[in-house]
Design a protein around this ligand. Structure first.
Ligand code: AMP
Length: 392
């Protein structure tokens, strides 16, 4: 891999600028989910152990280059102190002085990077100002790596740089799933619309052996094949795109798996009257809200034949009962195979994480990316500027 890790750096006595993602949910002045904070502990602890002085840079909300007091990172201090178990100091202004007076074993948190217009503009002057605060730059925020901002990209060109533990784990998992995977590889792509995932589908065709298409987007493919889909969510203007994707898949030797049977409901509502139909026999008043049991059995069989799985998007309208059945059953099968050591499973995307959580399969997966936009751009095959800057 083309990037350095903390193990490649001499951190002793060095001021180490660490870009982290602690953009956590807050309610009534309290952090309500510390997952992102918990995930930075290893990096910060390792820097402290190596004798470095960790200076945390992060964003919080979207203040758009202005000081917005409600978006101050100070709110994260108690949770940070509790997670790290060491003194954490906060600097809203006067960053130079705060860095100069850092004590041994102490962590410094800088105020919201996005209070500064130079951050999102990737202004070279602001990047220089940040770089002057440290000797080494560590990027541990994969979820912000698709943005070329001063603290995620610009600064990497100005200091010796490496990835943090979080970013390292994420990159290794993602490389293992698509970069240099153990074959056969299966991708599951679901969700509402084809239009948001055309680039992603196209990128996967020559990388995976099996492509399972599910959710609302599968309806567009069924429509393209001439099937009646009645009231189902679909994008009629994208049927040609769907046919092109299927033709390209054939050329690439990628086998596409569409629903064989579907769960059709009378309306988009929890516990709406519903039935199971062959994928080409959707009743004229119904809407497809989930994949049927034969489709699930086929997907489970594909998982069994695969060594690696990459998953983004649900197979149905999983948020409303009982239309999560296919997603949950397939997730549990992937989880069980992973547990047995028969599958490497990587999943990402907000809805996917929440669906795997509901299936109670999330902890069995090899790796779950919570990165959202960065994960999708990576699946689309795009170069993430935050990572490219580290490689150079
Ligand atoms: P996305 O954000 O593109 O990953 O789409 C996720 C959303 O797609 C979820 O909110 C699902 O409820 C929705 N979805 C999945 N399958 C269907 C379907 N057959 N009909 C309508 N919505 C669906």
């Amino acid at each position: 891999m083309g990037w350095k890790t903390l193990d490649d750096m001499d951190l002793s006595g060095k001021r180490v600028l660490v870009r982290v993602d602690i953009n956590v949910p807050v309610q009534n002045g309290k952090v309500t989910d510390t997952t992102r904070i918990d995930r930075i502990v290893e990096t910060v602890t390792d820097i402290l152990k190596a004798g470095g002085k960790p200076i945390l840079m992060a964003h919080f909300g979207r203040p758009k280059g202005k000081v917005v007091p409600e978006m101050s990172l100070e709110v994260t201090l108690p949770a940070l102190k509790a997670a790290l178990g060491v003194p954490v100091r906060f600097a809203d202004v006067g960053w130079d002085a705060a860095v100069a007076t850092m004590g041994e074993g102490e962590v410094l948190l800088l105020e919201n990077m996005r209070f500064h217009p130079g951050e999102e503009a990737n202004d070279p002057e602001f990047a220089k100002e940040l770089a002057s605060l440290g000797d080494i730059y560590v990027n541990d925020a994969f979820s912000a790596a698709h943005r070329a901002h001063a603290s995620t990209e610009g600064i990497a060109h100005l200091l010796p740089s490496c990835v943090g533990r979080n970013m390292q784990e994420e990159l290794e998992a993602l490389e293992g799933a698509l970069g240099d995977p153990i074959r056969p590889v299966c991708a599951v792509v679901g969700g509402a619309k084809v239009s948001t995932k055309i680039t992603l589908l196209s990128n996967l065709l020559d990388k995976v052996d099996h492509l399972v298409i599910g959710g609302g987007m599968a309806n567009t493919f069924l429509l393209a094949q001439g099937h009646e889909i009645a009231q189902s969510l679909a994008e009629a203007d994208l049927t040609d795109t769907a046919l092109e994707i299927m033709a390209k898949a054939k050329d690439c030797g990628c086998q596409i798996h569409l629903p064989i049977d579907v769960v059709v409901a009378e309306e988009f509502k929890a516990r709406a009257p519903h039935g199971i139909y062959a994928a080409n026999e959707c009743p004229s008043e119904g809407m497809i809200l989930d994949a049927g049991p034969k489709t699930v059995a086929n997907i489970c069989e594909v998982f069994k034949q695969s060594e690696t799985l990459i998953w983004n998007g649900p197979l149905g309208a999983f948020e409303i009962e009982p239309f999560g059945a296919a997603t949950f059953a397939a997730a549990r099968q992937a989880g069980a195979l992973t547990d047995k050591g028969e599958l490497i499973s990587v999943a990402g995307g907000g809805d996917t994480v929440s669906a795997l959580n509901m299936a109670q399969a999330i902890h069995q997966f090899t790796y779950i990316s919570t990165a959202g936009g960065a994960f999708l751009e990576w699946m689309e095959g795009k170069v993430l500027p935050g990572i490219a800057a580290l490689e150079s």
